[in-house]
Design a protein around this ligand. Sequence first.
Ligand SMILES: Cc1ncc(C[n+]2csc(CCOP(=O)(O)OP(=O)(O)O)c2C)c(N)n1
Ligand SMILES: [Mg+2]
Length: 361
Amino acid sequence: MSAENERTGDGGVETQEEPREESRDGGAVATDGEHLVELYKNMILIRTFEEATQRGFRQGKIGGYLHVYIGQEAVATGFIDAYKEGDRVITAYRDHPFPLLLGSDPKSVMAELYGKGTGLVKGKGGSMHLFDVENGLYGGYGIVGGHIPLGVGFAYAMKYQETDHICQLYLGDGAINNGAFHEAANLSGLWGRDGMNPCLWIIENNQYGMGTSVARSTAMTDLGAKFDAYGIEHEKVDGMDLEAVLEVAHRTADKVRETGQPYVVEALTYRTAPHGSADFFEKYRTKDEVKKWRQRDPVGQLEHKLLEREILDEDALEEIRAEMKETIDEATNFADESEEPSVEELYTDVYAGEDEYMGEE
Ligand SMILES: Cc1ncc(C[n+]2csc(CCOP(=O)(O)OP(=O)(O)O)c2C)c(N)n1
Ligand SMILES: [Mg+2]
């Protein structure tokens, strides 16, 4: 199967292809400074949001679980750039960047984490169950691997309904060893033979599932290669390099849209944050390893490129950071000051309305 990029010793990959030069609006992807600045803002928005959620958790204002995306920002930012209206996005519980990138109001995303009635799903979902159908986000799921069959089903439905939309299905390296993954991958490959499964599988290989490294959870550590068994093509990308992700994201999203066949991208990345709120004291990663990946931080790498190419100077970078901080401060205050959901809300959204899903009687 196609492996256009190759692993390097430190877990990254060397991109062998030249970045392509088209984006969804016909402009340049890799060389257009304005576009990179826009995406830099998105990455800072995510980073700042996540840092604020960590503070909110420590203050006891965010309950339940909290899994942040720090270190992985280039992956979602690059792929969501290839999102087109009508597409669907589905992911697991490390889901905060998705509504932010798809256009949900950061205030309602933060309020959801605070469990408030003004939250994205009225405070009923929390950190792991973000949902914004209008903007293409179909969750947010806490059961590892549980959402994978749903994503493959969405892709089938989109073709069945004769649209040219695709499903972006995100999954972690840990989810690959789950039974639901294998059943769904089999169907995705099978339906893809008839052009009936426009599913772009995006593996966020951050090297660990909780405290267990990929090498300790499977004998076949080339995760993309698992898809050979199901007849689905795959490749790897350096998930710390936004431009590399952008190139792959646009090319593969176009391919999936045109062919109706699934495709897999394994993004090699790293969560520099702990796994979740219950994992403050890491015993499974060396300081050296974390340091090595931090040196390849996706935000830092992009800042370096913006400076080197003289697209932005230090002052301009600082201005963007300040602007994003203001947005997130506002979101945090909004969440903090919002009301708890009303008791009546316990009885709404429990069952789907008949008209909504079952048709008129
Ligand atoms: C079916 C199931 N088994 C176990 C868990 C507990 N659990 C929560 S997160 C996690 C690790 C998943 O790792 P990965 O898919 O790599 O995602 P990451 O956290 O690295 O983004 C596990 C095992 C769960 N939520 N669901
Ligand atoms: Mg993982």
